[in-house]
Design a protein around this ligand. Sequence first.
Ligand SMILES: C[S@@+](CC[C@H](N)C(=O)[O-])C[C@H]1O[C@@H](n2cnc3c(N)ncnc32)[C@H](O)[C@@H]1O
Length: 212
Amino acid sequence: MADRIARALERERVDDVPRLARLLSADAEARGRFRRSLAVSHTGLFRDPGQFDLLERTLLPPLLAEGRRLHVWSAGCSNGAELYSIALLLDRLDALDRSFLLGSDLLEENIAQARRGEFAGTEMPGHLRRQLRWERRDLILEGAPPGHWRLILCRNVAIYLTRAARDRLHETLTQALAPGGVLLLGRSERIHEPRRLGLERVAPHSYRRCVA
Ligand SMILES: C[S@@+](CC[C@H](N)C(=O)[O-])C[C@H]1O[C@@H](n2cnc3c(N)ncnc32)[C@H](O)[C@@H]1O
């Protein structure tokens, strides 16, 4: 954060943080540039493959066995590679038709790329693209989209937040889970006191919302 602020001071040619703050409140374009510099959008299809193995072998089977529609939300989805990976997995498990998949991200340009559904020159199949929904959403300011999600992926988003913002985000994500729903964080992330939030740890970086 300190590094991005230092760069913004240089880029916007302002002398100190209060002046930068005033500029960012007044100028939407400068705000957009600052936001883009803060949001690290690194992602990829089947990023951290071990987590997709975990999904396929451990996390998805009980959710799919319930027989109900599977609502999946990729929170901080970047260019959509994460949600396309889940869609490819569900397609292989013959469960795509009974799934509702939403990806949301802070940056409009990431959402535009996700809608295009093209990775390294390869277009995602039409039946997959038609199944996915996308929206721009600031997780901190706007919280979760309506609904009770049975699987939420929020990987490699909270690592860029302060401890307080991270805790608030974990609470928001927990509230958005359906009872019994599962939250999957990134490979370097954990929730310190899951029980306090009404979560139980079910596998590495994975938490289930306790049924009341
Ligand atoms: C490193 S990428 C992670 C992408 C994907 N989840 C993955 O693990 O491959 C982090 C994403 O979080 C998004 N992000 C950062 N702050 C956000 C916020 N407040 N609300 C929504 N998305 C945010 C960024 O725009 C970026 O696309």
